[in-house]
Write a protein that binds this ligand. Structure first.
Ligand SMILES: CC(C)(COP(=O)(O)OP(=O)(O)OC[C@H]1O[C@@H](n2cnc3c(N)ncnc32)[C@H](O)[C@@H]1OP(=O)(O)O)[C@@H](O)C(=O)NCCC(=O)NCCS
Length: 200
């Protein structure tokens, strides 16, 4: 297996949007996302990445196939619904880097790519002079009927990387859940980390 990691910025990431959308649709079918993905939804969602010269995608390739991806975009360039809790709390967006998602096909997990995604996105933040990294995670009820018995939340992994859950910073993102007919708004809570060595 020949695995390699590549980063693409701004316009150079356009050609990765198709594989990224496909991975998101496949991986986010799993709990807790339960996303019934469509290319139309993906086009709208990924638009911000396509239009920001400061966005970056990290790709994991196995030969000529993309098997994992992770995205980052300065919060100031991101979609309005992830900016909203910060604006509401009077926090300046201009010092914050927003981490979109990390998606890796199951058979490639547990080999360090998840950690690498964080390292490369934090490097992006430092390059752009952004001292705080932020991402949001979906909240599902503990007794959700589709929660697998062996489900392990990412919380410990994120805490180990130095991220802290900030319950006051909450938003909603809407998508179509598996088996539903209409999109519903999901509560999303932010996790933040201030980078050492950043000027801001
Ligand atoms: C989140 C995700 C990208 C992590 O990728 P990964 O390559 O498996 O992560 P890593 O191999 O770097 O491991 C991350 C940590 O989890 C631990 N881990 C990984 N696989 C594990 C397993 N099967 N069992 C127990 N621990 C495991 C690793 O030991 C590591 O811990 P460490 O920080 O103490 O070293 C991947 O699991 C995934 O795509 N999940 C589904 C989508 C998702 O939840 N994305 C995140 C929100 S957008």
């Amino acid at each position: 297996m020949s695995l390699r990691v590549e980063t693409r910025d701004g316009e150079a990431l356009w050609s990765a949007l198709g594989p990224l959308a496909e991975l998101r649709i496949r991986v986010f079918r799993e709990f807790p996302y339960l996303y019934e993905g469509s290319l139309a939804y993906e086009e709208g969602y990924l638009e911000h990445y396509a239009h920001s010269p400061r966005s970056r995608v990290v790709l994991v390739w196995d030969g000529d196939r993309v098997v994992g991806a992770s995205t980052v975009i300065p919060l100031a360039d991101a979609q309005a619904d992830v900016q909203e809790p910060f604006t509401r709390a009077g926090i300046d967006l201009s010092g914050i880097d927003y981490f979109g998602e990390s998606v890796l096909l199951r058979e490639y997990r547990g080999r360090g790519f998840g950690v690498r995604f964080f390292e490369l996105r934090e490097a992006h933040a430092l390059e752009h002079g952004l001292g705080v990294c932020a991402f949001c995670a979906v909240e599902r009820p503990a007794d959700h009927p589709l929660r697998p018995k062996d489900y392990v939340p990412n919380d410990a992994f994120w805490a180990k990387r130095g991220y802290e859950k900030v319950p006051e910073l909450r938003t909603t993102l809407s998508w179509l859940d598996l088996g539903e007919m209409e999109q519903t708004a999901k509560p999303m809570t932010f996790w933040l980390k201030r980078l050492e060595g950043s000027a801001s």
